[in-house]
Write a protein that binds this ligand. Structure first.
Ligand SMILES: C[S@@+](CC[C@H](N)C(=O)[O-])C[C@H]1O[C@@H](n2cnc3c(N)ncnc32)[C@H](O)[C@@H]1O
Length: 209
């Protein structure tokens, strides 16, 4: 069980899927007030904007949706049909109360996804491909629940991208995806704490062939 107060540093140091479940069960209620607001966490907004800029349309699945920040941003940009998937039922409970998502699914994307009985025209993800969380092999699992031509916008922490070999994974997926683009963005805004102010993510966009 998680004994220390949840924090970004603790989240980055997680090692297993069960560690993730435990941390987010403990963090769900305070995640927005103690992390997103204090850190000026702008990544969900940026992922949503990039998804719309590349022509993304619904129905969309927000993967690692957490408390629903990316879904909220997407809804404000005019995308109406959005579902959520997350490992943590505690995070999804907070998201569910916002009434943004039509359907909410609990699933581990590092494994074949069996609990989702729909396919999507769009898949977004903010903050889930990062240290201590999810590596590149999960992308193939996401392709299995996407329709042909589906638009993807997935954020990947830049250091995690380099350490875990995301570029190699995308090369291997070459015949399954099209229009691959990398957009480098800051994860936190001007009001963030100094030690993370320059943290970068790559928002990788592509279409399923
Ligand atoms: C940093 S939070 C991001 C939440 C939200 N997208 C945001 O940007 O605020 C990471 C989320 O990924 C989820 N997660 C971690 N490992 C996962 C896995 N293997 N499968 C699905 N979701 C996972 C966590 O439960 C958590 O809600």
């Amino acid at each position: 069980m998680i004994k220390k107060k949840p924090s970004l540093n603790l989240a980055y140091a997680l090692q297993t899927v069960q560690d993730n479940r435990n941390l987010y069960a403990a963090w769900a209620k305070d995640y927005e007030s103690e992390f997103a607001d204090q850190m000026d966490y702008v990544l969900p907004q940026k992922v949503a904007e990039i998804f719309v800029q590349i022509g993304g349309i619904g129905p969309v699945l927000d993967v690692g949706a957490g408390t629903g920040l990316a879904g909220q941003a997407l809804l404000k940009l005019g995308i109406k049909s959005i579902d959520a998937l997350d490992l943590s039922s505690a995070m999804l409970e907070v998201a569910s109360n916002k009434k943004i998502y039509k359907n909410l699914f609990t699933a581990d994307i590092t494994q074949p996804i069996k609990t989702v009985n729909y396919t999507y025209q769009g898949i977004i993800s903010s903050g889930t491909f990062t240290h201590g969380h999810v590596g590149p092999s999960a992308i193939e699992n996401l392709l299995s629940i996407a329709q042909g031509g589906a638009y993807f916008a997935l954020s990947v922490n830049k250091d995690h991208w380099l350490k875990k070999g995301f570029a190699t994974q995308f090369k291997e997926l070459n015949d399954k995806i099209d229009r691959l683009l990398l957009h480098e963005v800051l994860i936190y805004g001007d009001h963030s704490k100094v030690d993370h102010r320059n943290d970068l993510a790559i928002v990788v966009t592509f279409q399923k062939v």
